[in-house]
Design a protein around this ligand. Sequence first.
Ligand code: C2E
Ligand code: CA
Ligand code: CA
Length: 394
Amino acid sequence: MFDELGRVVVGAGELIFNVGDAGDCAYLIESGRIEIFVRTAEGERTLSRMGKGDLFGEVALIDCQPRTAAVRAEEQTVLIPISRKLVNALLEKSDPILRHLLMTVLERFRSTRAESLAPAASSAASNQLRGEATQKLALAHSITRALEHNEFEMYYQPICSLSGGEVVGFEALIRWNHPTDGFVSPMDFLWLAEQTGQICELGLWTLARACNDWPELRTLTRCATPFVSVNLSPSQLVSEQLLDDVNGILLRYGMPPQELKLELTETVMVERPELAQKILERLTGLGSSLALDDYGTGHSGLEHLQRYPVATLKIDRAFIAPMLTDAHSATIVRSSIELAHTLGMSVVAEGIEDAEVSVGLQALGCDFGQGWYFGKPASKRALLLPAALDTRPR
Ligand code: C2E
Ligand code: CA
Ligand code: CA
């Protein structure tokens, strides 16, 4: 039925697709006529007829649901198929919020039509999809509003030397003080900000805030090479624009580049290795350093450690917390420290909650520690209160 140009040629009376078929393709009518119909208890009911230049089958194509009506050619008809692959590629390039909006509108259209055709066909799955899209839209809207209304705040958690206990730097962690929901954990909104692309604006906001706060925070450490660590999301590392943005912020706040550390996970190195390498090398070229976050939880390929200009390895909390009771975790921690040192990197252990773990890590030669044992994340104001950090255990 395909001609040499990939068109579909359908004879008079032939079905093009049936109810329940996978909706993997829309069609543009090059010539001929088609009829869209459903079968009811009373017989066939025509929904519409289309001719040259019309498009049909597009709803199933976009929302990935099975066809809800059948289509047949009324005369010999030539169709140009438009594949889901093509539409997905176009959708991926579209604005994420627009994409959510489109999905919501399509879902509504589809369920209204399903109810009018056969009330029982309005499925729970369809309602759930619609609900999810609406919730995402509402949350995405709240994130934009939160940026405008200064609802975000940066907290800082000390990173300490394991041998001397003194503060060497801080990790900047975002907090959302929602006007009605109260405190919202970063884990509950960053995933959507990643999907919608809002993370780029949010990421620059966190960097600017950390650079702005740094002169005061810096007074809390007596280390010769103090630093503030800022998390970078994988979606921020997809464009070289990031370099100009980071450089602009460093200049605006008079931030010494060598006192800024950027934390990233291996995701970005796996998904876009070449681009990531280029951007990361230029970021370190500005004078800042890189820390590989959550080490051990992701892909942890040795080649990442060699290929990218990483100065610090942060071993994930998942291995630190159980390292005194679980031999497997202890082995991962020990070998990660050895590997990092062999490659000339320093090591931060994350999630240290008690003295025993801190002592155990020190015995393994780990350089720095971060965790509730040394101090929970706190606002700059709280940290600057007299003696806020002096309650730290030694
Ligand atoms: P992360 O980068 O691994 O940050 C460390 C997380 O561990 C923080 O959670 C911190 O509060 C928590 N933590 C620190 N010490 C301990 C401990 O001793 N015990 C336990 N149980 N937890 C500890 P938080 O602040 O909820 O952040 C969660 C994640 O959200 C972060 O994980 C990071 O991936 C992301 N995140 C937070 N702030 C930002 C940000 O400004 N930008 C970006 N891109 N991501 C951020
Ligand atoms: Ca981090
Ligand atoms: Ca981490």
